[in-house]
Design a protein around this ligand. Structure first.
Ligand code: ATP
Ligand code: MG
Length: 260
């Protein structure tokens, strides 16, 4: 499903956290949203998800203004995984994932077999089937993060917004989540925006990258163009080189950790 933002601006009090943000996504596109801490990534995602009302600009889903859509209609089309989601501690993994399915479920909470299938698929694809009965406070940080990813998947929305979905995951699960994101895009045509700090993961997975700095969109383009722009070194104040591991492979940022 296509998604676009035009000239989105968000203020917190008198401070502008997002300034004139534009974004255009094709159906099935994977977009990485990168930028330093405090650059406005979560603010942009929250505005797109309709959780904060932008002071200017608008979001369109499938060509229609998102703010005019009823909540439930929007929730069927767009799933959002916040950076720091919260739920009651005693809630179990399965209850959380069932709650994710809520926009599809009838008024009397009658889950259809289609709903049950979606819940099972969401649990399995995040490796949580054997933890379904555990309560959230009995999970490790990474397991809890997977439970939240699972809840967002159960929603089976055609647009998926993920705010740093791999931040607590070990490298094995990071790769699994990235592969899952890739499959959702390629096999189901899900349109995905993902805020992510790992530049190399952003480059490997995304079709296009948006780079924010202090609420401004500094770059919107393909991974190759980003590597050539010199912006990573400048914006993040680091030294390193973009290298290609094999001819034709995507650029890899080889960061210089210790400066002598
Ligand atoms: N609820 C809020 N009230 C006031 N200021 C806020 C609020 N949320 C964020 N900010 C400020 O807005 C700016 C953008 O924050 P945002 O959370 O969007 O950054 P981010 O790019 O997601 O950062 P991070 O990489 O740390 O997650 C920051 O300066 C932050 O301090
Ligand atoms: Mg954030």
């Amino acid at each position: 499903m296509p998604l676009s933002c035009s000239q989105l601006s968000v203020f917190y009090g008198r401070r502008k956290a997002l300034n004139n943000f534009n974004l255009d996504l094709k159906p099935g596109e994977i977009r990485a949203l990168i930028g330093p801490n405090g650059s406005g990534k979560s603010t942009a995602l929250q505005a797109i998800a309709g959780l904060i009302t932008p002071h200017e600009g608008q979001v369109e889903i499938n060509g229609k203004p998102a703010r005019e859509m009823p909540r439930r209609t929007l929730a069927k089309q767009l799933a959002f995984l916040p950076q720091q989601p919260s739920a009651p501690d005693e809630m179990t993994v399965e209850q959380l994932v069932r709650q994710g399915r809520y926009p599809h479920v009838g008024l009397f909470r009658n889950y259809s077999s289609r709903d049950e299938q979606a819940i099972e698929w969401a649990l399995e694809s995040t490796g949580l089937a054997n933890l379904a009965d555990r309560s959230l406070h009995e999970l490790s940080g990474g397991e809890r993060q997977r439970a939240w990813i699972s809840a967002a998947l159960a929603q089976e929305a055609q647009i998926l917004l993920l705010d740093e979905p791999t931040s607590f995951l070990d490298i094995g699960f990071q790769v699994e989540v990235l592969n899952l994101v890739h499959r959702l895009s390629r096999e189901r045509g899900v349109t995905i925006i993902m805020a992510i700090h790992d530049i190399n993961q952003a480059i490997s997975i995304s079709d296009r990258i948006s780079l924010l700095e202090k609420g401004q969109l500094l770059f919107d383009g393909e991974p190759d163009e980003l590597a050539e722009s010199g912006l990573i070194e400048k914006v993040f104040r680091v030294q390193g080189n973009f290298v290609r591991i094999a001819p034709g492979s995507r650029p890899h940022f080889d960061i210089e950790l210790i400066r002598s």
